[in-house]
Design a protein. Sequence first.
Length: 226
Amino acid sequence: MAKANARLRVTFDFDLLVPDGMTQLDGAELSARLGAMLGATVFKGMPSVTAKQLTKAGIALCTHRHLLEAESIVPPAFTREAVIAAAPHLTDLEVDALCRQPARKNPPPAELSAHIRRLALQRVNEYRLVPCHLRAVASTGETLEIAAQLNLTNGGVLVEDAHRKTKLKTGQAPIAVTIDATDLELPADLGGHTLGGPLLEVAIGAMVPHRAMLLACWEAQNQAAA
């Protein structure tokens, strides 16, 4: 085959009206989806037609390649900051997807955070647990060191089986929850007791500033379990 001595680049921009579900895809996913739809009809057809037209002028097509790029141009429904503040358990990809989710309604500012959180939990409502331990005062007055797991999805602190029947002293100050293998300490409030153990909860807002570290611990825990 003859060696090429010129390069032709032809570029078209197509502005599309895609279904709502596709506006939530990131650039790579959207490109892949559209590329599959276009298929050989475009990616083989265009070079074939181009070669025929150029041949008429005595020009031979030596090689060809294609680049497919796509992006959503819909303004984000929510800011990343608002989504992270309402749902710090979401990964970066999940945050981006929620930001791109078409807005079905525009709640008043006072209800925006709760609205975003509902949408986030519709996407991801699984337990995302990280190992931790806490120091708390038992109903007997004894200070206990208790192994537990923090659920990033709702802030719940789940004590290990050995302490499910342990009664903690009511009215004590917020209980310090330390994430294992870190020096991160978060406050948990005691809301009573159930058959599953003490009802301990870390506020969502308390986790937001430490989101990156908490998610890293959760991902490491998943990898270790795999």
